[in-house]
Write a new protein. Sequence first.
Length: 309
Amino acid sequence: MEDYWIRSVTGDGAVRAMAAVTTATVEQARRRHGTAPTATAALGRTLTAAGLLGATLRVGQTIFVRILGDGPLGGVLATSDAAGTVRGYVANPEVHLPLTSSGKLDVGRAVGRGTLHVTLDLGLRSPYHGSVPLVSGEIAEDMASYLVVSHQTPSVVALGVLVAPTEQVMAAGGVIVQVMPGADERTVSYLEQRAKALPAVTSMISGGNTPEEMVEAALGEMPSQVVERGAVRFRCRCSRRKVQRVLISFGETELREILAEQGRVEVRCNFCAARYLFDEEAVENLISGMRNGNRRTLERGNGETIQSH
Ligand SMILES: [Zn+2]
């Protein structure tokens, strides 16, 4: 099954549900960052949560989810947009802890205590920022707490990543159910009951369940309709050209210092682990481009910066 998300609403509009299968996306993240199993689970759950919330965005809007705990992982970050493009990283990808007493990857201990931050860039002048203290560091509970506290919407969040002994991602995905404002108490308590009986996300996905079936399992007898569906994929927005622009902003002196120390300039993208190498000749080209750019700026005499390419 290809990775994809859906967004559904119940007939009366009282409940909204998002579900996604993200197995290939999380496996892609694992390969790029070389994460060990506990780190894979933490990153995968965070990427999935960002992807699910991304399903509520419009084109041009983005969401950033940051899990900043005092555990060995040292922070997990994921970002997503309306197109289902997700990317993210964990500060310490090598982290793997002993399994919990119930045989699960110990994401809570790897994350530790701290704060969950969500930044919504809706394309307005300033982005919306919300944060809540971490409940357990298991990420799903923390996201649910964020949705209740920041959005006043009682929410069920289930996230799961199943990692094989070979460290490969076997199943990943999640479900978010949100009770919209104005819904009655019975709806809330019915969904709470359903949530308790909901099978683990990883067993649903391993069993071949689709996002549609996951939403059905979460909503039970409440009829719902899929209002939107889209692909999920791990993709970064970095490019050699963007990295060049960053290097130019360093200025000639700093570039020459790096060159003198290391013989080349190497830039690694945090989000996708791509490496960009600039040998001596490439750096010299950048510098001469900067000089030409400066000269053009002076000739124009208008103080505008010209970006060199
Ligand atoms: Zn990148």
